[in-house]
Ligand binder design. Structure first.
Ligand SMILES: Cc1ncc(COP(=O)(O)O)c(C=O)c1O
Length: 363
């Protein structure tokens, strides 16, 4: 049997007619930028998240960049963030001249909340938890620290649409929640798209200006902005995706339960999940010492896998001037060298998951 790591076409086909109808409606509307579909999506996503504002943008990376710009990060300001994350989290900080201050990961592959306080200095301006793989970080502890030190909290929610900590949705703990709707995400568009959510009227207003050349009224540019607007086609298809988000999350949670219950090979470690967390399993990471051997073995048996993320940002080539060594953050290093993402997506069958489990257990 062949099992692919991601098949977007299958996820799309689950609601094909609805996606087609939505995309065609947007195409036939004759209005493609800053229109009704986008406004409607903003309202619906804000309502789903239970917040006052959603501002629809071009990507998750833009959401992070504009969030940090809106809170006024200036060159030299420090932002605490996880050492093991996707580089876009860090780009949000560095694009504004901020300095990422890395904290190693915990056993759950999230930022180690217990190690944050030790990294706070008088230049620290914000904390950026990244809810990786679909699991909300320890937001009780992180929110408490932000409050204690009067720090701004920006959440990177690119992978966790619908995940909760103690019943509260990831993205609603901090000042701003930043979402990506990249096609593979739990809520995915059919192209690039992203958004921020916030309860703060001023921040929402500022990001609305920033995304549109800094202007509310055409040719009146109040602040120095960019062009980062979600187009009408993406907004229309995202409304369809939003209406099926919980089904998709439930489907992946079911597949994750099968993996957790079925994998019994001691060479394959499944990281634990916080009790307080409702995990939406954007990805299903496992840790294996000899990753190349394991991935080759799986591939020979028809199982395609991916790695998230083989080079942590602190040792990324573009940031080599920072002078970090791999060993500076031992857990991030270990995850970068041992992580393998097993197939998990809406549309993957139980039979396929059972096959993957069987192949893993025979390794
Ligand atoms: C953790 C994380 N942050 C930010 C992003 C950036 O999102 P986008 O690809 O929409 O720019 C991603 C996307 O993969 C991500 O995984």
């Amino acid at each position: 049997m062949e099992v692919q790591s991601v098949v977007l076409k299958r996820t799309f086909n689950l609601h094909k007619e609805e996606y087609e109808e939505a995309a065609l409606r947007a195409l036939n509307s004759g209005w493609y930028i800053l229109g009704r579909e986008m406004e409607d999506f903003e309202q619906k996503f804000a309502a789903y998240m239970g917040v006052k504002h959603c501002v629809a943008l071009n990507s998750g990376t833009d959401a992070l960049i504009l969030a940090f710009r809106a809170i006024g990060i200036r060159p030299g300001d420090e932002v605490i963030c996880p050492a093991g994350t996707y580089i876009a989290s860090v780009i949000g900080i560095t694009e504004n001249g901020g300095i990422p201050v890395f904290v190693d990961m915990d056993d759950h592959m999230e930022i180690n909340a217990d190690a944050i306080e030790a990294r706070i200095t008088d230049r620290t301006k914000a904390i950026l938890p990244v809810h990786l793989f679909g699991q909300c970080s320890r937001m009780d502890k992180i929110s408490e620290i932000a409050k204690k030190y009067d720090l701004i909290l920006i959440e990177d929610c690119a992978q966790c649409h619908g995940s909760t900590f103690n019943g509260k949705l990831a993205g609603t703990f901090g000042n701003i929640g930043c979402f990506s709707f990249y096609p593979t995400k739990p809520l995915g568009a059919l192209g690039d798209a992203g958004a921020i959510i916030t309860d703060d009227n001023e921040l929402a207003e500022k990001i609305r200006l920033l995304r549109n050349y800094g202007s509310k009224v055409k040719y009146h540019n109040e602040i120095n902005g960019v062009n980062s607007r979600m187009d009408e086609v993406q907004a229309a298809v995202l409304k369809v995706g939003l209406s099926h988000l919980e089904e998709g999350n439930a489907e992946r949670r079911h597949q994750a339960q099968m993996y957790v219950g079925g994998i019994n090979n001691p060479k394959v470690i499944i990281p634990p999940v916080y009790e307080e967390v409702f995990h939406v399993y954007h990805l299903f990471p496992v840790l294996v010492e000899d990753r190349d051997d394991f991935q080759n073995y799986l591939a020979e048996n028809g199982v395609k896998t991916q790695v998230h993320y083989p080079i942590p940002p602190y040792v990324a080539e573009c940031y080599k001037d920072w002078g970090y060594q791999w060993s500076d953050f031992p857990n991030a290093e270990r995850y970068a060298k041992q992580e393998v993402s097993m197939p998990i997506y809406a549309g993957l069958s139980d039979e396929e998951v059972r096959y993957v489990i069987d192949v893993i257990n025979r390794y």
